[in-house]
Ligand binder design. Structure first.
Ligand code: 5GP
Ligand code: ZN
Length: 113
């Protein structure tokens, strides 16, 4: 069993505030929100980051995109929002399980870094 934090959240071993779940994907609120809406969307299967995907596993990103769109509608983010996936240490990734941040509910800075 992986002792990866997000694998444990996906298995329900660590509690999270879930906002979407199906067999392959889980979305939950970030524990340290950087915006009024800050949701993390993860594949339940472990991939270190976007860079770990291959032709077989990459379709999970299409599914995640549709979950993101659905959550943006549910959280009334029609005025706009940002989706971020950090990759590796220089990318600021602290949890090495692929995840997408949804940030919204406020006018976000135009700065990218
Ligand atoms: P990263 O920096 O890897 O892109 O993002 C990791 C995110 O996971 C951070 O925004 C951090 O606040 C969030 N996080 C870390 N530990 C937990 C946790 O135990 N529960 C939840 N819900 N979020 C977490
Ligand atoms: Zn994991």
């Amino acid at each position: 069993m992986s002792d990866c934090l997000f694998c444990k959240i996906a298995r329900g071993e660590i509690p999270s505030e879930k906002v979407f779940e199906n067999e392959r994907i889980l979305a939950f609120k970030d524990i340290n929100p950087q915006a009024p809406v800050h949701i993390l969307v993860i594949p339940k299967e472990h991939y270190d980051s976007l860079s770990a995907l291959d032709e077989d596993s990459a379709p999970i990103v299409s599914e995640i995109a549709l979950v993101i769109k659905r959550l943006a509608e549910e959280y009334s983010l029609g005025a706009g929002y940002r989706v971020i996936t950090n990759i590796g240490d220089n990318g600021g990734q602290t949890v090495h399980h692929l995840h997408f941040h949804i940030l919204g509910g406020v006018k976000l800075s135009e700065k990218m870094c």
